[in-house]
Write a new protein. Sequence first.
Length: 256
Amino acid sequence: MAGGTGPRPADPVRPAPFGRAARPPRCAVRTLILGAGGQVGRALAAALPDATAFDLAAFDSTAFDDTAFDDTAPGPLDGWDVVVNAAAWTDVDGAEVHRADAWRTNAAGPAALARAAAASGSVLVHFSSEYVFDGTSPRPYREDDPVAPLSAYGASKAAGDLAVRCVERRYLIRPTWVVGEGRNFVRTMLGLAARGIAPTVVDDQVGRLTFATDLAAAVATLLRDGAPFGDYHVTGGGPPASWADVARAVYRLAGA
């Protein structure tokens, strides 16, 4: 198996120690989902059927300019009680080549949304990544562990987190290894298995698969139950496994 360095898995959903004093409204009137065309966005649209969902083409969070925050003019998020940001640059390797694009989507976009949410009083839900950590911890990462990204992708996500954590009324959610409707590792392995290809897969990156539907359900639960604002690690359950373990399981279930 080929080698590599990757973050260790986060703990399953558990509340962070910060922001416990503040609680969101019990009933949100209007919910906006951004990035609805991706794996997580599609699942969110199904879990929050009354929400208004936009993909990146319909709503560009990085397009906010200074006039949007003029105290005499309506803010870009005025009227929205909850804003769920599922828009992200998710191509980890591509971020090394297209750093400006990754930074624009993962750092500048969330920073603009954070500023707008703080101005409007909207609750902001934002998705981070385990790649903000360096993978050297001997235990699963906790929400209050310091970030230490090793890649351009991880750095862009960590920068976005920094901006979002300035918003008091926020849920910052870190999943691992998301699998949903769209391109993902499991679908790639299924395609290779169907063609009889035996890939080389890293065996020293350890984590847990997180189904997009479970992730969306966790968001719906946080909002519905009025959970304390703060940071949450949300992953699938079960023992951690390597990418190689996941690949072997996919091939076995596919009968390959």
